[in-house]
Write a protein that binds this ligand. Structure first.
Ligand code: MF3
Ligand code: CO
Length: 238
């Protein structure tokens, strides 16, 4: 699983290097997909529930599950969420990062910082014998204290031999509630944070999820292992 997670993290880094004004989201998907395949791995999302690409690329007011397209050309100031997983020797890794495209506004940068920081607040609670509600409430408290909102309709998840496993890992909740975390569990923590309302809608392509109010959204994700010595971030490059 460490190998699958390392390849996922490297793939995400490759994606970030490709984010620039003038590049299409399909070009980024192609670059990432060939990287993953060159490692002897498979893109986890391709064909999952009929999903048509190797990555999800979600720009600005798109929250998650943006389908890469040759028509979608990135421009200066966009925020670009890339979500990618790799399947290697029977296991999945899963991670996401929101990249700035060129120079972005101070407001957009603040949203990125808060979302990434909320992920680490959640990771800090991914401790053996805590509960999933400890993770969710830590993320939610951090986000709402900054007047942003956490998406309710999509959540983090267990990850391992399957991309999505029990338990669900919401980015909201009550301390001390929910499934207990035990050593050996591997989970994906993935806050989706909106500038405005937490409400979202799914487009007619059945995948693309946008904010209801058209405001910005950011998404950061790591695969984490619960160990006797605390949380271990699996999706690191080396
Ligand atoms: N990383 C996403 C998640 O954590 C997976 C995208 S769903 C897919 O749920 F269908 F596109 F694979
Ligand atoms: Co995930």
């Amino acid at each position: 699983m460490k190998d699958a997670c390392r390849i996922s993290a490297q793939a995400l880094r490759v994606a970030g290097e490709a984010v620039k004004p003038g590049v299409s989201t399909l070009e980024i998907d192609t670059i990432v997909r060939s990287f993953i395949e060159k490692q002897g791995a498979l893109p986890s999302f391709l064909g999952y529930g009929g999903y048509p690409a190797g990555t999800c690329i979600s720009v600005n007011n798109v929250v998650i599950h943006g389908i890469p397209s040759k028509e979608q050309i990135l421009k200066e100031g966009d925020i670009v969420s890339v979500d990618v997983g790799a399947y290697y020797k029977g296991y999945h890794g899963d991670n996401a990062f929101t990249f700035p495209c060129g120079k972005i506004s101070a407001e957009a940068q603040a949203l990125l910082n808060a979302t990434q920081e909320s992920l680490y607040e959640g990771i800090n609670q991914a401790v053996a014998f805590n509960r999933v509600g400890d993770i969710g409430s830590a993320v939610q408290r951090y986000v709402e204290a900054r007047s942003y909102s956490v998406v309710r309709d999509y959540v983090g998840h267990g990850v391992g031999a399957n991309l999505h496993e029990d338990p669900s890992v919401p980015n909201f909740g009550t301390p001390g509630r929910g499934v207990r975390l035990l050593p050996g569990m591997t989970i994906a923590i993935e806050p989706m944070v909106n500038e405005g309302t937490h409400h979202v809608r799914v487009m007619s392509d059945k995948w693309t999820v946008k904010t209801l109010d058209g405001k910005l959204s950011a998404h950061f994700e790591h695969t984490i292992a619960i160990t006797p010595d605390g949380p271990r971030i699996m999706t690191l490059c080396d």
